[in-house]
Design a protein around this ligand. Structure first.
Ligand code: PCA
Length: 201
């Protein structure tokens, strides 16, 4: 049993991305599942190209992608990915699409196939703020969430995949915005991965 966990490089004005930092603290195994970690570029096509390569080389049973959602005050598993790129800022490759479908032949939306309800329960049990999110936005996180579902449904329909946004980490030192200590974010990700491992076994 193998779970691929992805985070992102820093982007925009930031030099730190908690979704990348959290990967460093994850154990190699959770509830019998091997945990494979990878960092994706915050660049439209490159992010999905790297994801496709990872799926083909690692052959995971499930994929949990992580990204930061600055301003949120809780860990938020996402329910829905939409078929739109509408970037409010350029990505790290300088791309800034507006109202552009991710895949012209794809459906308007996909739902996460991860067990987000039990992920939420597992995170709640740790006393960490968590809620279900209804929108992963229309930037690179949604792009990866949508593109991964699109690719898996066509090529590896048994692979579960989905997305979880995390808040800023306290360690980033961003003033006047909600944040959680990186240790709490790590605990939440471990709890979520435990719920995914339970769903696979
Ligand atoms: N957050 C961005 C992209 C990379 C990341 O960590 C987003 O929410 O789209």
């Amino acid at each position: 049993m193998k779970i691929l966990v992805t985070g992102f490089e820093p982007f925009g004005n930031e030099t730190y991305n908690p979704s990348m930092e959290v990967l460093k603290n994850l154990p190699e195994k959770i509830k019998g599942a091997d945990i494979v970690k990878a960092v994706l570029p915050v660049v439209k096509d490159e992010s999905l190209e790297k994801m496709r390569q990872l799926i083909e080389t690692e052959m995971p049973d499930a994929i949990l992608s992580l990204g930061v959602a600055g301003g949120r005050n809780a860990v938020t598993p996402e329910r829905t990915a939409v078929n739109i790129n509408d970037f409010r800022i350029p990505d790290n490759g300088g791309f800034q699409p507006e109202d552009e479908p991710i895949f012209k032949d794809g459906p308007d939306a996909y739902f996460s196939t991860l067990p987000y309800r039990s992920m939420i329960e597992a995170i709640k049990e740790k006393g960490i703020p968590v809620s279900l999110s209804e929108s992963a936005g229309t930037f690179v996180c949604n792009h990866v969430f949508y593109g991964t579902r699109y690719y898996c449904q066509r090529n590896h329909p048994h692979v579960l995949s989905g997305f979880m946004h995390i808040p800023y980490a306290k360690e980033q030192g961003i003033k006047d915005r909600p944040s959680l200590p990186l240790s709490d974010i790590t605990e939440a990700v471990v709890a979520a991965l435990g719920a995914v491992a339970d769903a696979l076994s």
